[in-house]
Design a protein around this ligand. Structure first.
Ligand SMILES: Cc1cc2nc3c(=O)[nH]c(=O)nc-3n(C[C@H](O)[C@H](O)[C@H](O)COP(=O)(O)OP(=O)(O)OC[C@H]3O[C@@H](n4cnc5c(N)ncnc54)[C@H](O)[C@@H]3O)c2cc1C
Length: 440
């Protein structure tokens, strides 16, 4: 059932997509999107120079949805100019482990989606060929244990300018008569006295917004607004940018986004005079005690909560993150291995145990729906996420998706489905390793 008034907390891809989908199907429902800041919100997970749009998923359900989403983006005149079909290369170290499994299944999925266009695929069987795919000339690696050994490129994939696209989706939502925006932080959900029935939200400045339904789409921040123990965990991974010269831009202009599954590094082609790299590391946590979000519980809980460039602009990625990025670059991108970073950030995300999103009613709270748990791979689904949330409200969500994105699925014994795999290990406590930008 879709009620008369809905408050969406968060104007990232989940929140904006939901607002647009609601307005399309229910133009008389009053939708208010609230965010800490006006989009594109600089520290939101959805906002960055680039996000990959790929169809190479081991899981056929995500593979199909990713292809559908990519087609919608490519046909959207407001968004398609921000998509750059550079291709994506996936490489691994030739071992016989879970990375090999993800690589092989990603390759099969890519081949399937390109069955009519096999020319979109290219394959590399040696470190020399992988190196050549970036630099146009082959070079034998000088490191003792090469990790860039075997790869393929799917030229259907590419990257999107995530910041400019989020702005475009925001502008689209703003034009919809039933959608309003409010920019101030929500302090907590508002409950009818003595109950667990949400009636809206309470802002940090003491003001209220009443609504029949609250959709929590606050990404990595969601865990402070609702109890997500065991369901979602917020952590951050390292991202860094290098300035490159016009000559280097020319030299690398045809490289694909290049990912080494075995070492977790993601390397983007030059864009606006920069090369971005990131590592899907075990990451960093920022443990805080906060009041229990459940109105019935008068206690505090311990959560990992974003610490970002907005409140800590001088933060720089930890030393071990820098070392790991440079170690990778020494093998595949030697000219950048010693170059100072232009800027860095820790990008926060919220991860579920299975890497499946959560689009479900909160099991313990009335009138609260969750649309989060992006698990480092949700951006590409922006054209369809909102429709799935509205399907849930109408009780028409496809049964496979309903189960996959349910709260209950997150509590079942499960393993990461490999949709956006991260390196093994536990996140480090950020406060122990954080540092300011080093003085050169
Ligand atoms: C480094 C990195 C790389 C990634 N790469 C890819 C990729 O290549 N392809 C891909 O598909 N996906 C990728 N992802 C994942 C994708 O970016 C996320 O899954 C997606 O952007 C999450 O969107 P969201 O709407 O849940 O969160 P967000 O975009 O973070 O939006 C949440 C919003 O809620 C607001 N908010 C929070 N708390 C409050 C409050 N109390 N009051 C008001 N507002 C609040 C925030 O300000 C924010 O704007 C990547 C993620 C990371 C971290």
């Amino acid at each position: 059932m879709v009620p008369d008034s809905i408050c969406i907390i968060g104007a990232g891809v989940f929140g904006l997509s939901t607002a647009i989908a609601l307005a399309k199907r229910y133009p008389n429902v009053k939708v208010t999107v609230v965010d800490r800041f006006e989009p594109p919100v600089q520290d939101a997970t959805s906002v960055d120079t680039t996000r990959c749009l790929r169809v190479d998923y081991k899981d056929p359900v995500y593979a199909k949805l990713a292809k559908e989403s990519l087609e919608i983006i490519k046909a959207d005149p407001d968004i398609s100019p921000f998509f750059h079909q550079t291709g994506m290369s996936f490489v691994y170290d030739g071992g016989n482990d879970k990375w090999a499994d993800i690589w092989i299944n990603g390759k099969i999925s890519a081949e399937k989606s390109n069955s009519d266009t096999p020319g979109m695929m290219k394959y590399y069987d040696s470190p020399e060929e992988v190196y050549k795919s970036i630099h146009t000339v082959a070079k034998t690696p000088t490191v003792s244990h090469p990790t860039w050994l075997k790869g393929y490129t799917n030229y259907s994939n590419g990257f999107i300018d995530a910041e400019r696209s989020v702005k475009a989706y925001y502008e689209r939502a703003k034009k919809l008569p039933s959608v309003n925006f409010v920019f101030k932080p929500v302090e907590q959900l508002l409950f009818a006295s003595g109950t667990n029935t949400a009636e809206g939200v309470l802002f940090g400045d003491g003001s209220l917004l009443k609504a029949d339904l609250v959709i929590v789409a606050a990404g990595a921040w969601s865990c402070k607004l609702v109890d997500l123990e065991g369901v979602c965990f917020s952590s951050a991974i390292e991202v860094a940018w290098f300035k490159v010269t016009p000559e280097e831009e020319e030299q690398w202009k045809n490289m694909a986004i290049t990912t080494n599954l075995s070492t977790g590094i993601n390397l983007f082609p030059p864009y606006n005079g920069e090369i971005k790299c990131l590592r899907r590391s075990p990451g960093y946590r920022n443990t805080q005690a906060v009041p229990h979000p459940d109105p019935a519980k008068d206690e505090s809980i311990s959560i990992s909560y974003p610490r970002t460039i907005i409140d800590h602009p001088a933060d720089w990625i930890p030393q071990d993150a820098e070392d790991a990025l440079r170690h990778n670059l020494a093998e595949i991108m030697p000219p950048l291995a010693e170059r100072p970073f232009d800027r860095t950030k820790l990008c926060w995300l919220t991860q579920t145990p299975s890497a499946n999103f959560i689009i479900d009613h909160h099991p313990a709270l009335q009138n609260v729906v969750l649309a989060t748990g992006g698990s480092a791979h949700a951006w590409k689904f922006v054209p369809i996420l909102g429709d799935k949330v509205v399907d849930l409200l109408e009780d028409k969500l496809d049964p496979v998706l309903k189960d996959m994105w349910s709260y209950a699925e997150k509590l079942r014994p499960t393993t990461d489905n490999g949709s956006a795999p991260r390196m093994d290990g536990q996140p480090q406590e950020l406060v122990s390793v954080v540092r300011n930008k080093p003085v050169n």
